[in-house]
Design a protein around this ligand. Structure first.
Ligand SMILES: CC(C)(COP(=O)(O)OP(=O)(O)OC[C@H]1O[C@@H](n2cnc3c(N)ncnc32)[C@H](O)[C@@H]1OP(=O)(O)O)[C@@H](O)C(=O)NCCC(=O)NCCSC(=O)C[C@H](O)C(=O)O
Ligand SMILES: [Mg+2]
Length: 293
């Protein structure tokens, strides 16, 4: 029997901001930013000799709270490094919603982490997100998405470009789409990689639009200046909402007349388009609720 994937939730995941866990002031600033999720980073953005202090700063910051509805995710170092085990102990103390494992290669990496989380009562409900950034991980995307506790993929396009020896985003499109296929098949979030040139708003806008059209839920970001563009591009526009309402109304009228198909703006509207329209409205409602909170 085929497994029915659970639908991706309407929970907004448009803007996912990385913050080095060593930067207390930046973590404080995040409480004022209109971001849907935060990745508190203990991995690449924190130098080796700052890791221990960053763990303490992170524990204090998350224990103090104040992040409201923003999803809290902690990126730890891998368990093949000297820091992974201590980072996981920090996750148990700081109690974020999710832990993000870098450089995931196979479902075994996730299963091992899930066992560790299961063993500690403080992390029994912690979800797992995976950095998709190695060639082997990309090839194993489907089994990784299906692994226990998996809630989301984050594309690591810097590491992936390095490992592929790629010089363009075009060279990574197959990898991005393999991860999207796996995420959609298993009903988990899939968030696009970062845009490194954080002062180039036009470039960011173009890459966000491409990521949205591919099907990503949102974009990982490295600077507050990138937040507004990601929220705009990955949220339904006024035109999207208007079209969704008109499609739902036209389809209801068609059904009332005993017809299975409506036409809106010269294009057919069937049941499947109405599902998409309802999802658009649900996302718009979720964003409005978030912004009102
Ligand atoms: C890139 C930065 C080092 C720039 O920092 P800075 O010079 O401090 O920027 P500004 O002076 O313009 O900052 C203005 C204010 O904004 C705050 N700020 C800056 N960055 C952030 C942030 N990420 N989150 C929250 N707040 C932030 C500053 O504190 C200033 O605030 P205030 O003083 O109150 O006015 C810096 O932006 C940075 O470190 N960015 C994150 C880098 C990072 O996390 N990199 C790792 C993730 S990317 C990655 O690893 C991808 C993946 O694995 C892959 O393989 O692709
Ligand atoms: Mg990386």
């Amino acid at each position: 029997m085929t497994q029915t994937p659970s639908p991706v939730s309407s929970q907004p995941c448009r803007s996912v901001l990385y913050i080095p866990a060593s930067r207390a002031r930046a973590m404080e600033k995040a409480k004022t930013l209109a971001i849907d999720a935060i990745i508190f980073d203990l991995e690449d953005a924190v130098a080796a000799d700052e890791k221990a202090a960053a763990r303490d700063t992170l524990t204090e910051t998350l224990s103090a709270g104040g992040f409201g509805p923003r999803m809290q995710i902690v990126r730890i170092n891998g368990f093949d490094t000297a820091w992974g085990a201590d980072d996981l102990a920090t996750v148990a103390r700081a109690a974020p919603q999710a832990v993000l494992l870098p450089k995931v290669n196979s479902a075994r990496d996730i299963e091992a982490l899930a066992k560790l989380l299961e063993a500690d009562p403080k992390t029994r409900d912690t979800q797992i997100w995976a950095m998709m950034e190695t060639p082997l991980g990309i090839l194993n995307a489907a089994e990784i998405a299906a692994a226990p506790r998996m809630a989301g993929f984050v594309m690591g396009t810097n590491d992936l470009a390095k490992d592929l020896n790629a010089r363009s985003r075009a060279a990574m499109v197959t990898s991005l789409q393999l991860c999207l296929l796996a995420a959609r098949a298993h009903g988990i979030f899939c968030v696009d990689g970062v845009y490194n040139a954080f002062k180039d708003e036009d470039g960011l806008r173009a890459e966000c639009a491409q990521g949205r059209d591919f099907g990503f839920d949102g974009k990982t970001l490295i600077h507050p200046a990138q937040v507004a563009v990601a929220n705009e591009i990955f949220g339904p526009s006024a035109e999207d909402i208007d079209l969704a309402r008109r499609q739902i109304d036209a389809y209801s009228e068609a059904i009332a007349k005993g017809e299975g198909v409506a036409v809106v703006d010269g294009k057919i509207v069937e049941n499947l388009h109405v599902e998409t329209a309802r999802a658009t409205l649900a996302k718009a409602d979720a964003i409005a609720a978030l912004e009102a909170s």
